[in-house]
Ligand binder design. Structure first.
Ligand code: SF4
Length: 79
Protein backbone atom coordinates (compact mmCIF):
# COMPACT_ATOMS: atom_id res chain seq x y z
CA UNK A 1 0.00 0.00 0.00
CA UNK A 2 1.30 3.44 -0.94
CA UNK A 3 0.81 6.26 1.52
CA UNK A 4 0.39 9.78 0.16
CA UNK A 5 1.31 12.56 2.54
CA UNK A 6 0.05 15.43 0.41
CA UNK A 7 -3.70 15.83 0.23
CA UNK A 8 -3.70 17.78 -3.03
CA UNK A 9 -1.67 16.48 -6.00
CA UNK A 10 -0.94 20.03 -7.10
CA UNK A 11 0.97 20.51 -3.84
CA UNK A 12 3.21 17.45 -4.30
CA UNK A 13 6.21 19.69 -5.04
CA UNK A 14 6.07 21.01 -1.48
CA UNK A 15 7.33 17.67 -0.20
CA UNK A 16 10.68 18.39 -1.84
CA UNK A 17 10.76 22.11 -1.13
CA UNK A 18 13.94 23.34 0.53
CA UNK A 19 11.95 25.81 2.60
CA UNK A 20 10.18 22.87 4.21
CA UNK A 21 13.53 22.04 5.79
CA UNK A 22 14.56 25.56 6.75
CA UNK A 23 11.27 26.79 8.17
CA UNK A 24 9.11 29.61 6.87
CA UNK A 25 10.63 32.54 8.78
CA UNK A 26 12.98 33.52 5.96
CA UNK A 27 10.16 33.41 3.45
CA UNK A 28 7.68 35.55 5.33
CA UNK A 29 9.85 38.26 6.89
CA UNK A 30 8.57 41.31 8.69
CA UNK A 31 7.65 44.16 6.34
CA UNK A 32 10.76 45.95 5.16
CA UNK A 33 13.08 43.11 6.16
CA UNK A 34 15.54 41.52 3.76
CA UNK A 35 14.47 38.57 1.62
CA UNK A 36 18.06 37.86 0.59
CA UNK A 37 18.34 34.62 2.58
CA UNK A 38 15.05 33.31 1.20
CA UNK A 39 16.10 34.07 -2.36
CA UNK A 40 19.41 32.34 -1.80
CA UNK A 41 17.62 29.17 -0.66
CA UNK A 42 15.19 29.38 -3.58
CA UNK A 43 18.09 29.49 -6.05
CA UNK A 44 19.16 26.08 -4.73
CA UNK A 45 15.65 24.60 -4.77
CA UNK A 46 14.67 22.28 -7.61
CA UNK A 47 10.99 22.97 -6.96
CA UNK A 48 11.35 26.64 -7.86
CA UNK A 49 9.42 26.56 -11.18
CA UNK A 50 6.49 24.62 -9.66
CA UNK A 51 6.51 26.91 -6.63
CA UNK A 52 6.42 30.07 -8.71
CA UNK A 53 3.68 28.72 -10.93
CA UNK A 54 1.61 27.79 -7.89
CA UNK A 55 2.05 31.25 -6.36
CA UNK A 56 1.07 33.00 -9.58
CA UNK A 57 -1.90 30.71 -10.19
CA UNK A 58 -3.19 31.15 -6.66
CA UNK A 59 -2.36 34.84 -6.46
CA UNK A 60 -0.20 34.43 -3.36
CA UNK A 61 0.33 37.99 -2.17
CA UNK A 62 2.71 37.52 0.74
CA UNK A 63 6.21 36.17 1.14
CA UNK A 64 8.85 34.81 -1.20
CA UNK A 65 7.67 32.12 -3.61
CA UNK A 66 9.75 30.61 -6.40
CA UNK A 67 12.58 32.99 -5.66
CA UNK A 68 10.52 36.12 -6.21
CA UNK A 69 9.39 38.67 -3.67
CA UNK A 70 5.84 40.02 -3.47
CA UNK A 71 6.84 43.06 -5.49
CA UNK A 72 8.61 40.98 -8.15
CA UNK A 73 5.62 38.68 -8.58
CA UNK A 74 3.35 41.67 -8.93
CA UNK A 75 5.62 43.09 -11.65
CA UNK A 76 5.66 39.70 -13.40
CA UNK A 77 1.84 39.57 -13.42
CA UNK A 78 1.70 43.02 -15.02
CA UNK A 79 4.01 42.09 -17.92
S1 SF4 B 1 11.47 27.97 -4.56
FE1 SF4 B 1 9.56 27.81 -3.40
S2 SF4 B 1 9.63 25.74 -2.60
FE2 SF4 B 1 11.71 26.26 -3.16
S3 SF4 B 1 12.66 27.12 -1.32
FE3 SF4 B 1 11.83 28.82 -2.52
S4 SF4 B 1 9.80 29.18 -1.65
FE4 SF4 B 1 10.45 27.13 -1.02
Amino acid sequence: MQIHTTAEPELAWQEQALCAQTGSDFFFPEPGSSVREAKYICRLCEMRPACLEYALTHDERFGVWGGLSEKERLQLRRT
